[in-house]
Ligand binder design. Sequence first.
Ligand code: TXA
Ligand code: MG
Length: 320
Amino acid sequence: MTDIIGIDDEAVARAAKVLGEGGLVAIPTETVYGLAADATNGLAVARIFEAKGRPRFNPLICHVSNPGMAERFVEIDPVSRRLIDAFWPGPLTLVLPLKSSAEVHPLVTAGLSTLALRMPRGPAAEVIATLDRPLAAPSANTSGRISATTAEAVAEDLGGKVDLILDAGPCPVGLESTIIKVEGDAISLLRPGGLPAEEIEALTGKRLKRADQRAAIEAPGMLASHYAPRAGMRLNARELAPGEALLAFGPSRAKGAENAARTLNLSETGNLREAAVHLFDYMKKLDQTGAATIAVEPIPHDGLGEAINDRLARAAAPRS
Ligand code: TXA
Ligand code: MG
C-alpha cells in the first residue's frame, strides 16, 4: 500500500526526491488533491494517464512555485500578468502560449501550443521549489470519478498506483481551479472553478466569455459525464421520491426529505464556499448508501455556485 505522510520539511524533501526520480506523488493543493509528476519527464507524465485511466489527448495543468518560474515556459500578456499578480497563489489557471524553449514534455500539453499553468497555495509550492521543476497534476482520482479532497479519498481510489501521498487534511477550496484564457481583448472562461468569475471580472472590468460547445472540446476534461457517481443524479429537487438520498443546501428542506435514505447538507446556512468544500465528499458518501438516485436541492448560480452547478450538471449527464 502507498505511504501517507503528514507535511513537514522531511516530507517535502521526500516528495521532491520521489518526483525527481520519475515517481507519482499525490499532493494537497487548496483546490483538490493533485496526482503529480515531473512535467519535464515524459515517462513520469505517462504514469499519470495510466494511474487515472485518462484519455491521452487530455492536456494537464502545470504547477509552478512562483510567477518567475512560469516565465520559463510561457509568454505572459499584460492582462494575464495582472491576474497572476492579483490571484496567485490561488485557484486560478491561465492558458498561455508555450515558449519553444520550454522544458515541458509534450504529453503535458497533448501537443497544443498552449500550456495551462497555475501556482498553488500551500505545501505543493514548497515541493515544486525544492524540485525546481514544474509539476503536471490533474486531480488525484480515477478518470470520471469524483475529485479527491482528502488524503483518505486519494488512498481509497488510487492507493497502490501512486508512490507517496502527502496529507495536509481537507482542501480548503474543494473545487478545481478556474481556467481562463486571454485572447486579444477577450477573456474566455474555459472552466468555472474555485475562483469566482465575478472576481476576475471585477479586476479586469471585462465580462468573461462563457464556455460554449467549442470551448468544452478545447477543455476535454469538461466533457459531460465527468465526475459521475454510480447513482443517478436528479438536480433542482424540491420534492423527494422514496429511497432517494438527498444532497441538501441551505436551511429549508425539500418536501418528503424526512424519508431520505440519507441526507447530507452542503451548507446549513446556504454558504456557497462551504458547499464547495463538501461537494465531492458528500456526493461520494451519498453514493455509498447504495441509493439509486441522489436528489440535489436547488443551489444558486452566483459566485462559486456557477462551478458547483457545473460539476453537478456533469455528474447528472447521461453516462456514455
Ligand atoms: O485545481 C486544479 O486545477 C487541479 C489541481 C490538482 O491543481 N488540477 C486539475 O487539473 O483540475 P486537470 O488536469 O484535472 O484539469 C485540467 C483541465 C482539463 O479540462 C484540460 O482539458 C484543461 O485543463 N487544459 C489543460 N491544458 C489546456 C490547454 N492548453 N488549453 C485548454 N485547456 C487545457
Ligand atoms: Mg479532474
